[in-house]
Ligand binder design. Structure first.
Ligand SMILES: Cc1cc2nc3c(=O)[nH]c(=O)nc-3n(C[C@H](O)[C@H](O)[C@H](O)COP(=O)(O)OP(=O)(O)OC[C@H]3O[C@@H](n4cnc5c(N)ncnc54)[C@H](O)[C@@H]3O)c2cc1C
Length: 293
């Protein structure tokens, strides 16, 4: 193991340089320092005496690292109390990241705090000449995240979906994905590279998704149906973050979501029988996604 790999497995303290209140329950912390994260990777965030939890990197520009989080429980509610100038422990970056080719036409689908890592992907991919359709969904207008940041990027067509219709399309973000996939299907193998096919729209090369698992399941099914490659970010209960504890292994392949995920290609997801069905808690106990809380 090299010194750099070992160092990323140990927490280092970073100072909070700025705080942005995104919505009532969502904040973005900007930490002074880079961890060298790529879009889709996560870090383990440590508050001594409280807990350590995984969080996606919302941006790492080589100088600062951003994390966007919901205050939902013990750790995140304590984390939300931190102020500019306070310190927190970060380990990482860990896991797989989104992969693309320069110049591709990519659809990004984001739900909840999934908009944060999708912004990181958007910023990097447009820098590589990609064009994007970005679909952001939320319960209602005030819960939509990263709109202004996405609008400020070049080569981005932004689509909004809210459950109550208070902004954009009334319904789910995946409904917009289905419209895009059906209105501009990917060329078949024989059509690829041929000039006989009339290009009425820009075919979609890939779909990237981050958000609730039932949303990811629908994206996976749609991309399978329209034969468009997809990369989706899976969440499982993570403890060590680097493949040692085995808490985030997934049935039946036994792959670890902290190492072989969180960003997983659709051809692998389609082999995971627990995808969209159940997940395990900190003790390894199964919970179905449709079980009553
Ligand atoms: C790869 C990955 C990336 C994530 N990125 C973000 C992000 O960018 N922003 C964000 O707000 N949240 C993110 N999460 C979820 C975040 O880890 C949980 O919200 C957080 O752990 C809640 O902890 P808590 O103590 O406040 O709440 P608790 O009350 O302890 O837990 C609330 C719920 O959070 C989940 N959770 C708790 N601990 C863990 C853990 N160690 N690993 C995985 N899930 C856990 C469980 O589903 C639990 O039911 C991510 C999770 C994973 C696995």
């Amino acid at each position: 193991m090299t010194a750099i790999q070992l160092q990323s497995r140990l927490p280092r303290t970073y100072r909070i340089k700025a705080i942005k209140q995104e919505t009532e329950m969502v904040r973005t912390f900007t930490f002074d320092g880079s961890l060298g994260a790529k879009p889709g990777q996560f870090v383990m965030v440590w508050m001594p005496g409280v807990d350590e939890v995984p969080m996606s990197v919302a941006e790492d520009d080589g100088a600062v690292t951003r994390i966007t989080f919901f205050a939902v429980g013990d750790m995140t509610n304590e984390f939300a109390k931190l102020q500019v100038g306070d310190l927190a422990g970060l380990r990482g970056p860990f896991g797989t990241h989104y992969e693309w080719e320069p110049g591709q036409h990519i659809v990004l689908v984001a739900g909840g705090y999934g908009a944060a890592p999708m912004y990181f992907v958007a910023k990097e991919t447009v820098g590589h000449g990609c064009t994007l359709e970005v679909i952001i969904g939320a319960r209602s207008k005030e819960h939509l995240l990263f709109l202004k940041e996405m609008e400020a990027l070049p080569h981005v067509s932004l689509h909004l979906a809210t459950n109550d219709g208070s902004a954009g399309y009334k319904g789910f973000n995946v409904d917009i994905l289905e419209k895009l996939l059906s209105s501009c299907p990917r060329p078949t193998k024989s059509q690829r590279g041929s000039s006989t096919r009339e290009e009425k729209c820009l075919p979609i090369d890939q779909v990237f998704g981050c958000g609730p698992e039932m949303m990811l399941k629908r994206i996976s099914e749609m991309c399978g149906k329209y034969e468009v490659p997809a990369q989706l970010s899976m969440e499982r209960y993570m403890k060590c973050g680097y493949g040692l504890c085995g808490n985030c292994v997934i049935d039946p392949l036994g792959i670890r979501m902290c190492e072989e995920g969180p960003v997983v290609k659709n051809e692998v997801l389609l082999k995971l029988k627990e995808f969209g069905e159940y997940h395990r808690d900190d003790l390894g106990k199964k919970h179905r996604f449709d079980e009553k809380k």
